[in-house]
Write a protein of this length. Sequence first.
Length: 287
Amino acid sequence: MSGAATSKDSAAFCTDLVRTHDFGRYASTLFLPQIQRRALLSVYAFNVEISRVREQVSQPLPGEMRLQWWTDMLQGAGHGGVEGNPVAAELLQTIAEFRLPVEPLSRLIEEHQFDLYNDPMPSMAALEGYVTDTCSALFSLGARIAAQPSAVIDHLARHAGLAQGMAQVVAMLPLDAARRQLFLPLQLLQQHGSGMEEVFSGKQTPRTRAAIDQLAGEARKHLGTAFELLTHVPPHVRPVFLPLALVRRDLTRLSRADVDPFTPHTTSRLRTLWTLWRASRTREFGG
């Protein structure tokens, strides 16, 4: 098989991986030119691989070993060629073509080590650090693929990631509670007289709802700041931030009193794509 065919297969593998496991981000890439889209999909595929490690192992040690492989790969240590791993091959190509910094990718891996254990997220500060090095990093790397880095874009990426990450904590609450994992900050729960076991019961109480509402309120603040900053970046960068439309949709839904955050909620792929298309036509996204 020729090198060109292998490269094409790797790109297709990344596309399928992101489309299957992270449809919101996949759909947002449809609004970018092909070259940038392929590069962004390689970064998102890498994120899928790292984020899914917890689901693929039954004990922390095998998970640590998988994460270490990716860390070593980024450092160019110990693994030789990456032809057998299409995501790694695509990611290295993107790093070279767009001169992406490796450090944020390595920090993303480090933060996801937290996923392997059942230690609770201790505080808002800890959650903000986790989200900054995961969700915000993805926005920042995506923006670097679309344009030259700038202070304004980096500031936008930080707030966009904080909004998305906090909203994701709420969205994942049913699944995380079922496996006794706590990303909702313990400190926040305790401020409202709640605790881990109350969350793990999987039933909404006034105390847990108060903590959830406070976290959602913080997400809305970051989302508002992100949308304000979005108007100050070049139009060709804005499609990278289209997932913010999904964050806004989810936070709007959560604001309704009749919505139980402990009840799993899914949105069809068609509805997700429609939300992003409609957002792309608005002024804040350069439409």
